[in-house]
Write a protein that binds this ligand. Structure first.
Ligand code: SUG
Length: 399
């Protein structure tokens, strides 16, 4: 069995809109009321998936959840699959299966409705019980945001690793969405070895500056942690704990003197996909916004000229998602597994990407004006678009 990292991106739904629903997410707040472009947003997302396919990487996807929810709202926020679940790959767990727990997302009302439909989708994609164990969400008194607050480091994806849960403490200007008790519950459910599990507090100043998830200020891949120096409440303690558990860890720290917390959050430098490329080098898939930020660009140019572990920087255009606070890393859920054990309907190849693109081009609304939200005509268009995609993907079971 060959375990590889598969990135499952959320296809941007036909109701993608800017309603400013996420307190503490500065992009969402600052774009509240803007006209959105669901078709362009979804095509940008497929473009990012194609980019990863072209790099020779395994790529999967999840379908948009049923929207609008007439009793609640229109949000298409399930596109950010880093918040779909926490995933512990087979080499880390007591029973040797890959464990997944859907995130309850209770801190934000518009996101708290996602997990039951997400769980249905996970149950289809990872139905093979010999290789996957699916749990229910953590009870809603404890906020859980899934993989966005969880990092895994290992010598290689298929080797036993350490799992790092990053939680926030409540009491600041913005909500701390990930609660320590939720992280601890997930670690127990997944049967993780306490000797290889860490619980690290996120810096309150990072949350206050707009890092509503840890993946806005840090990302890990295999032996490398790429982090802003103000990501953790006790950075030196965090680095020492990681090095003690994974001696081969390489920690790439971006100092505030080079890239301020504000620039890091505005540009989403760390909301990047840090990927091991087929030739063994690591590449960093960043949003164009990061590439265009002078401080960030200066730091990246210096990094590439040096001898660090990240050898390539790969900018992608996901601007429609970025305007709601979702960069390349938010749009994907990482699952280390043998692709042969995953339901093939959720795996992408070029022909399927063509089919998805054609469906989006035909059925997704070109634009949504905030004044259109609530319109029955638009609701019918949105429902028909999703149904058309499920049909094209033979995923009618999710209808
Ligand atoms: O939960 N935005 C999402 C963005 C999630 C990003 N995910 C990660 N960092 N992993 C959120 O804040 C905005 C929707 C609106 O405002 O209409 C929103 O939900």
């Amino acid at each position: 069995m060959k375990l590889v990292e598969i990135n499952f991106d959320g296809i941007v739904g036909p109701s993608h809109n800017y309603a400013g629903l996420s307190l503490g997410n500065l992009a969402s707040a600052s774009h509240a009321g803007d006209v959105s472009y669901p078709r362009a947003a979804a095509l940008q997302g497929v473009g990012k998936m194609r980019h990863n396919l072209a790099l020779g990487l395994a790529q999967g996807f999840f379908a948009p959840l049923p929207r609008p929810n007439p009793a609640l709202l229109w949000s298409a926020s399930s596109m950010w699959t880093a918040n779909a679940a926490t995933v512990s790959p087979a080499p880390d767990t007591a029973d040797g299966r890959c464990h997944l727990t859907p995130a309850n997302l209770v801190t934000m009302l518009h996101r708290s409705q996602e997990w039951p439909d997400t769980a249905r989708q996970l149950a289809l994609a990872f139905a093979d019980k010999a290789h996957f164990a699916l749990h229910g969400a953590v009870p809603p008194c404890f906020g859980d945001e899934g993989a966005a607050n969880h990092m895994r480091m290992a010598a290689r994806h298929d080797a036993p690793g350490i799992e790092i849960f990053v939680y926030g403490r409540t009491g600041g200007a913005f909500p701390a969405r990930q609660h320590e008790q939720a992280s601890r519950a997930v670690a127990r459910l997944h049967g993780l070895d306490p000797e290889r599990t860490l619980f690290i507090e996120q810096a309150p100043e990072a949350i206050a500056a707009g890092a509503f998830h840890n993946d806005v200020v840090a990302v890990a891949n295999e032996r490398v942690l790429f982090t802003h120096e103000q990501a953790f409440a006790d950075p030196e303690g965090a680095y020492a704990a990681i090095r003690a558990k994974l001696p081969e860890a390489e920690i790439v720290i971006v100092p505030a003197a080079a890239v301020s917390l504000a620039d890091a959050i505005r540009s989403y430098l760390f909301n990047a996909q840090l990927l091991t490329l087929p030739d063994g080098d690591m590449g960093l898939v960043i949003p164009l916004e990061a590439w265009e930020n002078p401080a960030v660009r200066g730091w990246l140019d210096g990094m590439l000229a040096g001898n660090g572990p990240i050898r390539r920087v790969l900018p992608v255009d996901v601007r429609q998602s970025m305007a709601n606070g979702g960069g390349p890393a938010c749009l994907r859920l990482r699952v280390v597994a043998d692709p042969a054990t995953v339901d093939p309907r959720f795996l992408l190849d070029e022909a399927k990407a063509d089919r998805i693109e054609a469906t989006i081009a035909r059925l997704w609304p070109e634009q949504i004006d905030p004044a259109d939200l609530g319109s029955e005509t638009l609701a019918a268009t949105v429902r028909a678009a999703r149904a058309g995609l499920l049909d094209a993907l033979e995923l009618g079971a999710l209808a």
